[in-house]
Design a protein around this ligand. Structure first.
Ligand code: NAD
Ligand code: IPM
Ligand code: MN
Length: 349
């Protein structure tokens, strides 16, 4: 088979540290003949050096790759010189939007043996294994809004949540398709008791799409109650479908209750394959632990399984998943370095 090209954006903070381990495991799994790995120097340092966040020429080059691996972007340790959102919006969200990665897939499962803040009674109730299908290119992330009388006592600041019928229907449909391959349950999470316009649209389209999937059980929860259920009854979830911001918040809590954000992978998928999809951990650049070699690379390694699955290599993906399962089952509360975890998982694939 012809070599495929992977663009690699290590980014900032722990991003490059965890990406190195992800690529180590990827290469151990498929060898080095499968992919051309092309590093891209983007993030805080590039901006500080050149004032560039994501030049158009680089964006167009990335459009041609088979997939993108991203670590994290965001403020570097000690730096106060980077305006909040500059890299997040200008790089990460720009890629998600430009490549129409509208399915932001975020699986969560409680690995046996992992240390979790959940009570023994909750854990004892059975396996926790669900996936959040987060809408990736609309909602409050759309960048619609502005502020008036900025900096005065009369300031009015608006962020508008953009929800289109096409955008909502396609991601809801994706969630139902995934449910067919899982335990056949989809939970819509929103807050239509307050957000009547967007919530109404999501509700109507969710109900309409559900008619086409008579074998799939449906459920609705307000986002606030979802926080309770994630802690008290996470077994109730199979597929959660929700908007961009709710999905962001839900998946950090989902990570925390299933053993830590260092275990949570994600995939920003353009299902049509017109544009590259992007694979990245749910977590950020973690400036508080950057440079110490202590970040958990497991989330990035599991994201490589999502990448292989997306690129039509499900057996290779399963080998990474099995290796991660085995490593996590044995680690308990032991603390190893970032590279030691990468080495151990690479040795198992
Ligand atoms: P964060 O996810 O970077 O860190 C939150 C907490 O989790 C920190 O205590 C951190 O040490 C810990 N943590 C995160 N990843 C870990 C890992 N692999 N192993 C062990 N511990 C880990 O979130 P934050 O502190 O809110 O954000 C830091 C920066 O990252 C911000 O600039 C933010 O905008 C950015 N960010 C980027 C992405 C991304 O690029 N995908 C995602 C989230 C946040
Ligand atoms: C994530 C991050 C991003 C998001 C930020 C950094 C733009 O929190 O991937 O979860 O909100 O989507
Ligand atoms: Mn987030």
């Amino acid at each position: 088979a012809a070599k495929q090209t992977l663009a690699v954006i290590g980014g900032d903070g722990i991003g490059p540290e965890v990406v190195a381990e992800g690529l180590k495991v990827l290469t151990a799994t498929v060898g080095d003949a499968a992919f051309d790995l092309v590093p891209y120097d983007l993030g805080a340092q590039r901006w500080q050096r050149t004032g560039e966040v994501l030049p158009d020429s680089v964006l167009e080059e990335l459009r041609g790759v088979d997939a993108i691996v991203l670590g994290a972007v965001g403020a570097a340790p000690g730096s106060t010189a980077i305006p909040s959102g500059l890299l997040e919006r200008g790089l990460l969200l720009k890629l998600r939007f430009a490549f129409d990665q509208y399915v932001n897939l975020r699986p969560s499962k409680l690995y046996p043996g992992v240390v979790t803040p959940l009570s023994d009674a909750v854990v004892g109730r059975g396996p926790i294994d669900f996936v959040v299908v987060r809408e990736g290119v609309e909602g409050l992330y759309a960048g619609v809004g502005g502020s008036m009388a900025t900096g005065t006592a009369f300031e009015v600041a608006n962020e508008v949540s953009v929800n289109t019928a096409r955008g909502v229907e396609r991601v809801v449909r994706d969630a139902f398709e995934r449910a067919l391959r899982r335990r056949k349950k989809v939970t819509l999470v929103h807050k239509h008791n307050v957000l009547v316009n967007a919530g109404g649209l999501w509700n109507r389209l969710f109900t309409a799409v559900a008619q086409e999937y008579p074998d799939v059980t449906t459920d609705y929860l307000h986002v606030d109650a979802t926080m309770i259920m994630l802690v008290q009854d996470p077994q109730r979830f199979d597929v959660i479908v929700t908007d961009n911001l709710f999905g962001d918040i839900i998946t950090d809590l989902a990570g925390a209750v299933t053993g830590g954000i260092g275990l949570s992978p994600s995939a920003c998928i353009n299902p049509e394959g017109t544009n590259p999809s992007m694979f990245e951990p749910v977590h950020g650049s973690a400036p508080d632990i950057a440079g110490q070699g202590v970040a958990d690379p497991t989330a990035t390694i599991s994201s490589m399984a999502l990448l292989l699955d997306h690129l039509g290599r499900p057996e290779d993906a399963a080998r990474i998943e099995t290796a991660v399962d085995a490593d996590v089952a044995e680690r308990g509360a032991s603390r190893r370095s970032t590279s030691a975890i990468g080495d151990a998982i690479a040795a198992r694939v």
